[in-house]
Design a protein around this ligand. Structure first.
Ligand SMILES: Cc1cc2nc3c(=O)[nH]c(=O)nc-3n(C[C@H](O)[C@H](O)[C@H](O)COP(=O)(O)OP(=O)(O)OC[C@H]3O[C@@H](n4cnc5c(N)ncnc54)[C@H](O)[C@@H]3O)c2cc1C
Length: 573
């Protein structure tokens, strides 16, 4: 029998982005022993890339703002497919979570009176995004990480989880490997919090970091949890389009928030045609489709995008408010954004779907398994508003940590049994044992192309069916992947495993997109261009069945009368 390096905690948090760190801090505060596992170094999680800010109705500039208007904007942005209770808790608790970050040392930009400064963002009716220039994620990670280390969580970095371990129907830990040395490691835990982020790396043009391979969603699915809203993938309207090596890198919405204007090749402010009310500050789904349409109809820029211009503002203002963007364009594209426009186009950015969770506790449908942050579904419905992810991370990260610690307090330690461990190890070793087989890189390239071309911004039945067919072929090819070399420092091996997650999640996205025969939020069907009120009453849920993936529809819970009244006439379906 193989001996595995083993660590034991009350609560195991998988992921060290904003959601994972906030969950870990809360579980620690409840007296639990907490382990945090992450694929990259502590401080390098994808959250560090967040730029524009964290949404919270603090009303520091616009006194009329309050949780009710934040709730309404979030529901309206999500085309009312959101879990209303999550949207309510999020809007109510976000200001406290921001104040708490400030108490823990986060240095937000300030108003002359000394309050936290807030900026405008697409779909928010008031200036609501607390920010640190355009480097808000960095400040958030730094703050949470310092707090967690000070409180004493154990961090296992550069360690990837490949399987959740179960005892009967409950989760009792995780199996993984050290990415540098390739050694296997077992984590035993009474409760597990998934905080593994999104799946953007399955698309060719993406703003997401290398970590975003959908691992948490696939791990949860394999462990028997339900996924929800998988058809809703957000394409951010403004990614870099030129030069090719930097395609997809995000151009923060803060550029538009600070007064940036979109124009097509003819110099027209085309957003006036697509959203006369909000124009450049329309929601991301609308702006992404508008740019895509302008390009398709021949009004795009030389490299297939639109112009985004902030050069009418004083150079010092641009450099102070958008220092990251200023340097990004200067260094990567040789463009001085204080003097001329940027070229931008849509990039895969955010996953609204994910693990189906309970609003109060962030618990999944599998006992002992919790999920928070981008890996979880519900809050954002059909489309996320900018700034609502960072607030999601701290609101529901905290709730997940609290509930996981309380679960751990009640649960005994489970045991995975040796067969499960041996099977998890075998799954990782098989790549080296095949005498011949395909490289994982070729399959990844074809997966990105398939998702980009057939499961992208605009979808239709024919493309989605072809996409599913291609995914089936890719799954077959992935079963024959061979990896060269040893387990030491082997990126090909990491990718071989990541492909499994990406393929599972991509299939869930394509199947759900095919099932939803309407257009809503980020999901645009050219063959069903209208929003259908009937579909507005249902979420699509994906679960694992004996014969593969099973889809079902679940009625969307109705908000209580007082919240319905808040939504008023804006409720369209
Ligand atoms: C460029 C950019 C700018 C953005 N700006 C904003 C913004 O201004 N405001 C806003 O609200 N949102 C913004 N977003 C979105 C937001 O940053 C993300 O949605 C959010 O940070 C996700 O946080 P998370 O904690 O859920 O996961 P992540 O930050 O993605 O962290 C995931 C963690 O899980 C770990 N992990 C993953 N798989 C495994 C595994 N198998 N084993 C072990 N560990 C694993 C990773 O190593 C990582 O530590 C932006 C996104 C991008 C790409």
């Amino acid at each position: 029998m193989t001996e595995y390096e083993t660590h034991e905690h009350d609560v195991l948090v998988i992921g060290a982005g904003g959601a994972g760190l906030r969950a870990a801090i809360e579980a620690l505060a409840q007296g639990a022993s907490v382990g945090v596992v992450c694929k990259s170094l502590l401080g390098k999680a994808h959250t560090v890339m967040a730029e524009g800010g964290i949404a919270a109705a603090m009303a520091n500039l616009d006194r009329a703002d309050d949780w009710r208007s934040h709730f309404r904007d979030t529901m309206k942005g999500g085309k009312f497919l959101n879990n209303w209770r999550m949207a309510q808790l999020h809007a109510q608790e976000a200001p406290d979570r921001v104040r708490e970050l400030e108490q823990w040392g986060a240095l937000f930009d300030r108003t002359p009176e000394g309050d936290i400064l807030q900026r405008a963002f697409g779909g928010h009716s008031f200036r609501r995004l607390c920010h640190v220039g355009d480097r808000t994620g960095l400040e958030m990670i730094r703050t949470l990480q310092d707090r967690g280390v000070q409180m004493g969580f154990h961090v296992y970095m550069e360690c990837a989880v490949t399987q959740l371990l179960r005892d009967g129907d409950r989760v009792c830990g995780a199996f993984g490997y050290w990415r540098e040395q390739g050694r296997f490691v077992v984590f035993k835990a009474k409760a597990v919090v998934l905080a593994t982020g999104g799946i953007g790396k399955a698309w060719r043009i993406t703003s997401n970091s290398w970590e975003c391979t959908g691992d948490g969603m696939a791990l949860a699915y394999d462990a028997g949890a339900e996924l929800q809203d998988m058809e809703f993938v957000q394409f951010h309207p403004t990614g870099m389009v030129w030069p090719p090596g930097v395609q997809g890198i995000l151009v923060t919405e803060a550029v538009r928030g600070e007064g940036g204007v979109l124009r097509n090749r003819l110099g027209e402010r085309f957003m006036e045609r697509y959203d006369p009310e909000q124009v450049d500050l329309s929601t991301r789904d609308v702006v992404a489709r508008a740019i895509y349409t302008e390009v398709r109809e021949g009004r795009g820029t030389e490299h297939g995008g639109a112009f985004l211009d902030i050069s009418h503002k004083p150079p010092e203002y641009v450099k102070r408010k958008l220092p990251g963007m200023y340097h990004q364009f200067l260094e990567l594209a040789d463009v001085d954004i204080t003097k001329g426009p940027m070229e931008v186009g849509p990039t895969c950015h955010y996953m609204m779907g994910g693990v189906r969770v309970d609003a109060e506790t962030a618990s999944s449908t599998v006992p002992g398994l919790f999920a928070a942050g981008e890996v979880a579904a519900g809050l954002h419905g059909a489309n996320r508003l900018g700034g609502n992810s960072l607030s999601d991370l701290v609101v529901f990260g905290r709730r997940a940590g609290l509930a996981a610690a309380s679960h751990a307090n009640r649960a005994g330690a489970g045991s995975p049994g040796t067969a499960q461990l041996e099977e998890a190890a075998r799954e990782m070793l098989v790549f080296f044992e095949r005498p011949e087989g395909e490289s994982p890189y070729a399959i990844q390239r074809d997966l990105e192309g398939t998702m980009h071309d057939l499961v992208g911004i605009f979808r239709n039945k024919e493309d989605l069916e072809r996409g599913l067919e291609k995914l089936r072929e890719l799954e077959e090819r992935a079963e024959g992947v061979r990896v060269e070399g040893s387990r030491l420092f082997n990126p090909g091996w990491h990718l071989a495993r990541d492909l499994k997650s990406m393929l599972t999640v991509s299939e869930a996205v394509a199947r759900s997109a095919l099932a939803r025969e309407e257009s809503r939020g980020a999901h645009s069907r050219t063959d069903f261009p209208k929003t259908d009120p009937e579909w507005g009453r249902r979420n699509i849920v994906v679960a694992r069945a004996e014969d593969g993936m099973r889809l079902s529809e679940r009625p969307l819970p109705e908000p209580p009368a007082e919240l319905k009244a808040l939504l008023g006439e804006s409720r369209e379906a």
